[in-house]
Design a protein around this ligand. Structure first.
Ligand code: FO1
Length: 315
């Protein structure tokens, strides 16, 4: 079984690629919940929804988040009432948040709710939250701490990030399915999707016990670089690399994941960087890693899986 760690738009694309190539019992997608967000009494899990909508084939390709063919009557009515509209909730997406909140209020765990919603979207592959406990990614700028959605949406990632914290992480435990997968004899590899390393992947690795469990298992860990040709394909990953004084390219990614990863998938446009990566003693695979459609997603998934198999064979 392959464990895929994902968050955000890039992660959801590769998760969808893996789901097209692997059978449901060969894949578990573990999703960041540090972006989760209480909004007007609703529990919103943006990264779980982005993965779910991608696997259901219902994701909005323009924005990367929310549903395709969305309508916005709720937001228009809310605007007329003078309510807060900086965080956009489409009518169909709103139903997901209302139903998730209803199930959570009825005492279900986030894992239970995620599995119920997955089933209602006719998704066969397992999507699990990193934890059922509340974790909130907050970022500190010069002036103050910001909730993640305030930083990402309201402030459009403009503030310089001086520090990132995952509020509540010390009390969090891996979700039951995530823990079972990490301990399972069936585990054959871990793929870190091309999500933002600092705010999408880091929270998953920061859940107590996860990193030490990964390192105690003798399974290959392969990351797909979210930075291609010195550019983040979406979101603030490149800006954060600079703010964390890491090289703003795939080298910075390798340095950030160093000692955790055995392999790194880079876009062939970055092949000139391979020589500089020798010091990190990781295996590199080069391919076209930009995922514009399902075919691309399948190709990148196959490249990452091939690198996992190659590394397993070497063990
Ligand atoms: N991102 C935005 O830039 N603007 C929005 O209004 C917005 C609304 C939204 C609603 C539901 C949801 O699941 C995601 C939404 N996102 C929005 C994206 C969200 O901030 C990001 O997907 C993640 O938090 C970062 O990966």
């Amino acid at each position: 079984m392959i464990l895929a760690l994902a968050g955000g738009v890039g992660g959801a694309k590769l998760a969808n690629g893996l789901a097209q190539v692997l059978k449901p019992d060969q894949l578990m997608i573990v999703v960041n919940t540090g972006d989760d967000f209480r909004r007007m009494g609703l529990h919103i899990s943006p990264d779980l929804d982005t993965v779910m909508y991608n696997l259901a084939g219902l994701n909005n390709k323009e924005t990367g988040w929310g549903l395709a063919a969305e309508t916005w009557r709720f937001m228009a009515a809310l605007e007329r009432l003078g309510g807060p509209t900086w965080f956009k909730l489409g009518d169909g997406d709103l139903a997901t948040h209302v139903e998730r909140t209803r199930l959570l209020s009825a005492g279900q765990t986030l894992s239970d709710v995620t599995d119920a919603l997955r089933a209602r979207f006719d998704i066969a592959h397992k999507i699990v939250p990193m934890s059922d406990n509340a974790v909130a990614t907050i970022v500190r700028s010069k002036s103050r701490w910001h909730s993640f959605q305030e930083y990402f949406v309201a402030l459009k990632c403009e503030p310089e990030v001086l520090e990132i914290k995952f509020d509540g992480i010390e009390f969090a435990r891996p979700s039951p399915a995530f823990l079972a997968a990490l301990e399972s004899e069936e585990l054959q590899g871990i793929i870190i999707c091309p999500s933002n390393p600092f705010v999408s992947i880091a929270p998953i690795l920061a859940v107590p016990g996860v990193l030490s469990l990964i390192q105690s298992r003798n399974v290959p860990v392969v990351a797909v670089s979210p930075i291609v040709d010195g550019q983040a394909l979406k979101g603030p990953a490149l800006k954060m690399l600079k703010e964390m004084s890491l090289e703003p390219n795939a080298i910075g990614i390798a340095r950030h994941y160093w000692q955790l990863i055995d392999g790194l998938v880079l876009d062939q446009v970055d092949s000139h960087l391979v020589r500089d990566l020798d010091t990190y003693k990781i295996s590199i695979a080069l391919d076209d890693t930009v995922m514009k459609n399902h075919e691309d997603q399948k190709r990148v998934a196959s490249v990452a899986l091939a690198l996992v198999s190659e590394l397993r064979a070497k063990q």
